[in-house]
Design a protein around this ligand. Structure first.
Ligand SMILES: *[C@@H]1O[C@H](CO)[C@@H](O)[C@H](O)[C@H]1NC(C)=O
Length: 367
């Protein structure tokens, strides 16, 4: 009997300590303030945000099992979750992200993505209040205002995705201090100013996506110091100056999109002779000079788009030695002379060569 009593007493103590531990009231209050500032009318995902234990069955919330503090908030408006299938629609949410999120100081993941209608600013308190944040993904909303200047203090941040919003101002120079950053996506905003010249300090970065903004100035050559960088997309900005030749000697760079800018000068031969670079779009710039004659059996491009520039001279014969060229576009330049023969050219259509000064040969008119 005594044993039984002790056992029951232990059970009760356990249960009490559990309910005390599960979701500290301050974390729960911060989540409820977050909920109060958002409005999700179609799916009812916030209906589950009720009761005392925010660590259990609150949609998109999870806690650190060792201390029951809120660790992850993952709310995606485009998702495979059955709740979306049942409603037969993708997510839509209005409102804004409450600064109360900054009370969740053990947060490692904050994803509030693709809800299309969320407005307001990025809470300015995030960099100073969320020291162990690893993933910040607010893609696909209508968030405006600036990226807080002290963003670089988020020393553990690996993913920063703010793409498809309405952010203005500049890329804060402090961003180069994000020593753990692997994935940077600021595409499709209204960011102006320059790309920090010491962007090369981001040595862990593998993707740098900055397209569709109003960035100006030149392309920092320090990009080339980033050993892991595989994907650079700075297309559709207002960048000027030369393309740094160093980009052509990056060890794992496979995609380089610089199209629709104001770049000038020659195309560095290193870009065209690089064996690893497979997608190169430098269309719609002011590049001039001849096409460097540096192609060969290592040339392998799925996309090589040099259209809408001011290229002169002829198409180098070495291009016909290429191992593979999927999509070649040399249209709208000032090229002249015979189009080389060879397997890389067999499948190309006249549009790949259209609107040059005097190109001839298949698939254009005979020379
Ligand atoms: C290259 O960029 C141009 C201009 O931004 C775009 O129109 C074109 O579709 C791109 N080429 C490829 C093959 O994606």
């Amino acid at each position: 009997m005594g044993t039984m009593k002790l056992f029951l007493a232990t059970l009760v103590t356990l249960a009490v300590s559990f309910s005390v531990d599960a979701c500290p009231p301050a974390d729960r209050a911060a989540l409820l303030a977050l909920k109060a500032a958002l409005n999700e009318p179609y799916l009812g995902i916030f209906n589950s945000w009720s009761g005392t234990d925010c660590c259990t069955n609150w949609y998109g919330v999870s806690c650190d099992p060792t201390n029951q503090r809120v660790a992850d908030i993952v709310l995606r408006g485009e998702s495979e979750d059955p709740i979306f299938e049942k409603a037969g629609r993708s997510g839509y949410m209005t409102g804004s992200i409450s600064p109360s999120v900054c009370q969740l100081d053990r947060l490692t993941t904050l994803v509030v993505a693709d809800w299309k209608g969320i407005t307001g600013e990025i809470p300015a308190c995030i960099p100073s209040s969320l020291p162990i944040l690893r993933i910040l993904d607010l893609v696909g909303n209508q968030i405006s205002g600036k990226i807080p200047a002290d963003f670089g203090s988020l020393g553990r941040l690996t993913v920063l995705n703010l793409a498809d919003n309405k952010l203005t101002g500049t890329i804060p120079p402090s961003i180069v201090n994000l020593g753990s950053l692997m994935h940077l996506d600021l595409s499709s905003n209204k960011l102006a100013g320059v790309i920090p010249s010491d962007v090369g300090k981001l040595t862990m970065m593998s993707r740098a996506l900055l397209s569709r903004n109003q960035l100006s100035g030149s392309i920092p050559s320090s990009f080339a110091n980033i050993y892991r960088l595989a994907d650079i997309d700075i297309s559709m900005n207002q960048l000027s100056g030369l393309i740094p030749a160093q980009l052509g000697s990056m060890p794992v760079l496979s995609t380089l999109n610089l199209d629709s800018n104001r770049l000038s000068g020659n195309i560095p031969s290193s870009l065209l002779s690089s064996a690893g670079l497979n997608i190169l779009n430098i269309s719609r710039n002011s590049l001039d000079g001849n096409l460097p004659d540096v192609f060969g059996s290592k040339t392998y491009f799925t996309v090589l788009d040099l259209s809408y520039n001011k290229l002169r001279g002829s198409i180098p014969k070495s291009l016909s030695l290429a191992r593979y060229i999927g999509h070649l576009d040399l249209s709208y330049n000032h090229l002249c002379g015979p189009i080389p023969l060879g397997s890389p050219f067999d499948h190309l259509q006249a549009s790949s060569f259209a609107n040059n000064d005097c190109l001839c040969g298949s698939p254009l008119r005979t020379c």
